[in-house]
Write a protein that binds this ligand. Sequence first.
Ligand code: PEP
Ligand code: MN
Length: 358
Amino acid sequence: MLVVMKAQATPEQIQAVCEHIVQLGFRAHPLPGAQRTAIGITGNKGEVDRGNLEELSGVAEVIRVSKPYKLASRDVKEEDTVISFPGTDAAIGGRNLAIVAGPCSVESREQAFAIAEQVAAAGAQFFRGGAFKPRTSPYVFQGLGLEALQIMAEIRERTGLRIVTEALDNETLDLVAEWADVVQIGARNMQNFSLLKRAGKLRKPVLIKRGLSATLDEFLMAAEYVMSEGNYQVILCERGVRTFTDHTRNTLDLSIVPAVQRLSHLPILVDPSHGTGRRDSVLPMARAAVASGADGILVEVHNQPEKALSDGPQSIYPEQFVRMMDEIERIAPVVGRSLPRGIHIGSEAPGGPVPSSL
Ligand code: PEP
Ligand code: MN
């Protein structure tokens, strides 16, 4: 159920409707939009009696949302969600493409800094690096843990790059959230519902990677889990799914980009690194991702990929990253986007502050 407030509704009226919903025993999610505020209602087992709600002052109408995902749906919020990073001009969603680049894993201070400096110079705004790694084998490198988080915090300090890193489990979620700017939930955890709910209690952006065999609905329901707990800063990321083909590690499913955008207001990035598993496929698929309308790219970059402790074969060289940036910068205007080069600290996005998500 969704309560649509009148365009001229006051904050007090919105607050009063939220309180009324809570008194009924449900949860209220006020979602301010460009034209008007909508208030999502969750926690109801069956129909909510719309009678009283429609009579409250400032209410325009009460609508039933038939989709299983509600807060993630465009029915609830028409305009695209833009996630901003206070004190910087970085944003995920909106007109500007967001570029997240860095190694699969932080392996050492030297390695992480060398790569960070190169991706920053090429114009990335976000640095990625695994601290806690989901590895298929328990006998291989599992990540440097806290040490990696500390190294990435130093990178943020030095370069301004905002940090994206994965939280692997409930035990380390709060620790990761303390150090990171964006908490990544990996493909293998996309349906770890207790982790999603815990991530929903954070007040930090959460990036959810598509599960290895997740349908569009399952992907959006993962976002809904986070949002249902009150965290509306959710970013989706297509990273390839399992298919019968063996010329790539996964099959990058770019057709999910317009499908997500049709149904949801949430931003969606594309990861051509895990999506293909092959360095020689990363640039072509990054170009295609931008052409498909994605809100940005998440890509693995390594200065010595042949020595990488994880995902070397799919990591591009820093020089290739520069080329990728140059190429997508030219494609972006065709799809009404632009590529900001570099992050500016102490400034907001051009055109004034970006409204925070939802
Ligand atoms: C990663 O981004 O390093 C990663 C492990 O991704 P995924 O969860 O998509 O496999
Ligand atoms: Mn990886």
